[in-house]
Design a protein around this ligand. Structure first.
Ligand SMILES: Cc1cc2nc3c(=O)[nH]c(=O)nc-3n(C[C@H](O)[C@H](O)[C@H](O)COP(=O)(O)OP(=O)(O)OC[C@H]3O[C@@H](n4cnc5c(N)ncnc54)[C@H](O)[C@@H]3O)c2cc1C
Length: 496
């Protein structure tokens, strides 16, 4: 590679950062990814512990269909194939009355919806699929979003206006400004709970707050088809890291960045905990905005100046990483289950279970399975207890462990007795392992089309990951990372 190529430093080897890095390296830029951990993937990594390979956070892998986000990422980064196997049944949703509702990709999904919720369910999901298709169509035309300059605004208007007025789309355009609940009308409580549960894991907000267009596309993941990845979710980041290397870039682990040095108006270098200074023409921070704010010196970019002192809108995660005796699982037991035991959702009243596939011997000792159980938890309280009252912090952890296990046993009776290992993880654990400030995960709840931040912080300083459009999930951060790579390439004169 010629030295005249612009030097790009990407801070963090999450899926967003690695996607941007792989696309820029392939375009001929000199790319270095600096990752604090010893493995890639952040919230979507897979880590090794006592013979198990546990998914740290994300477990549902979507967007791999032809033309989908991960297919586009593969094309832009030179990845020939993902280690992915398609599955028809995305998950089973367990309702409080004992009903089990599958979320499937094929046409049989309509039978499932009809059997569980009758006509109101069919009406709601017909709207949802139509709105999701329309949003995807619009997203493909949009320039950087939310608009950050007059040119972006004009581009957005140029893309959006014809879309809004064309044919039958005016009713959908109204959905851009109202919550999903507006489309649920007088739906029965079972349907409302089902939709709320699904939205909470995909849009980080329930139907009364989730934006209707965002919500419709978040609810679309099962229809678009899910995959199981050999080696776990971390395989996405590992494949992307290999693509960075094969295009001549570098991925350096155990390299925590402690400072972004700027010269007026743009980055000059980054400094690592080991005291190394790495020059940079472009810096791409694969970090939540609070982390970027702490790394910057001098006057902050306007978007970071407006941040509240700490995240007040969003979630933490409480996890149980369980080593499970596989003999308790019925044959053909689906790998993902959402259990909705009651309201309010989260805090152990709803849990998400994901099992490693029986065919993936890399994930657990023979006869065992790696199981994760997760529930949304408010960030309030965890940090105060951790810093000021450690016994109370441990007590809250133990209490939520028992509650989450109770709820998980609805889907998997005998779970406690079959567990060989139960490791709890709180927002404090997430901060430790992903460095995300306060353990804030899942990005901004998708309550409005403007809930995410713009990716450009200042000249040659960009942000990628789940705080920017289109938001959380591995497919979304990969797509966001690709959009940023394209924007960087448009701005940098091509050299070398
Ligand atoms: C519990 C949970 C369940 C989820 N479930 C799903 C799911 O089923 N499906 C799905 O698609 N999505 C899911 N998500 C969301 C998804 O995991 C995230 O939206 C996505 O992985 C975030 O990617 P990111 O690019 O923002 O980077 P992150 O995952 O935040 O990674 C950032 C990386 O930067 C590194 N880093 C941080 N600070 C520094 C520093 N100073 N120097 C160097 N490196 C640094 C970190 O170590 C990390 O590797 C889930 C998330 C959680 C928490």
């Amino acid at each position: 590679m010629s030295r005249s190529a612009p030097r790009v430093v990407v801070i963090g080897a999450g899926v967003g950062g690695l996607t941007t890095a792989a696309a820029l390296a392939r375009a001929g830029l000199e790319v270095t990814v600096l990752e604090a951990q010893v493995y890639p993937g952040g919230c979507a990594s897979t880590y090794f512990h006592q013979g198990y390979r546990f998914d740290a956070g994300a477990t549902l892998a979507a967007g791999f269909y032809p033309g989908g986000p991960m297919d586009k990422v593969a094309q832009a980064t030179g990845i020939e194939s993902w280690p992915a196997q398609v599955t028809d049944t995305a998950m089973i949703v367990h309702l409080p009355d004992g009903q089990q509702v599958p979320r499937r990709a094929g046409d049989s999904r309509w039978d499932d919806i009809h059997a569980a919720f009758g006509q109101p369910g069919l009406d709601f999901f017909r709207w949802q699929e139509r709105a999701a298709d329309a949003l995807w169509d619009l997203a493909m035309r949009l320039p950087p979003w939310p608009p950050q300059s007059p040119a972006d605004l004009i581009g957005a208007a140029a893309a959006g206006l014809p879309w809004m007025v064309s044919g039958s789309r005016l009713p959908l355009a109204a959905d851009a400004f109202r919550p999903v609940a507006a489309r649920l009308g007088n739906a029965p409580e079972a349907l409302r709970l089902f939709v709320d549960g699904q939205l909470l894991i995909s849009a980080q907000a329930e139907s009364d707050r989730a934006n209707a267009l965002y919500g419709a596309s978040a609810l679309d993941l099962p229809r678009r088809g899910l995959v199981h990845l050999t080696g776990g979710m971390g395989a996405i980041a590992e494949t992307l890291a290999a693509a960075v290397l094969s295009s001549g870039g570098q991925v350096r682990y155990r390299q925590e960045v402690t400072r972004i040095h700027t010269q007026p108006g743009q980055p000059a270098s980054v400094e690592t905990k080991r005291g190394e200074s790495i020059p940079a023409d472009v810096v791409i921070a694969n970090l939540p905005p609070w982390n970027v704010r702490d790394l910057l010196e001098g006057p902050l970019p306007p978007a970071l100046r407006r941040l509240p002192p700490r995240p007040h809108n969003g979630w933490g995660a409480f996890m149980l990483y369980v080593g499970l005796d596989g003999s308790i699982l019925p044959p053909d037991f689906p790998l993902h289950h959402q259990v909705l035991a009651g309201r309010p959702l989260g805090e152990g009243n709803s849990v998400f279970l994901s099992l490693s596939p029986a065919w993936d011997a890399s994930r657990a000792p023979a006869g065992q399975r790696a199981l994760t159980i997760s529930t949304h938890t408010s960030l309030d309280g965890w940090w105060e207890l951790f810093e000021n009252d450690r016994p109370a912090y441990e007590a809250r952890k133990a209490e939520l462990t028992e509650k989450a296990l109770d709820t998980a046993e609805i889907a998997l009776p005998g779970l406690r007795e079959a567990s060989r290992l139960v490791l709890p993880g709180t927002p404090v654990t997430f901060q430790r392992f992903t460095r995300r400030a306060w353990g804030w995960v899942g990005g901004f709840p998708q309550t409005s089309l403007f809930s995410t931040l713009g990716p450009r912080l200042e000249r040659n300083l960009w942000m990628v990951g789940d705080s920017i459009f289109p938001g959380q999930s591995t497919a979304a951060v990969a797509l966001g990372g690709l959009r940023v790579a394209q924007a960087v390439l448009r701005q940098i004169p091509r050299q070398g």
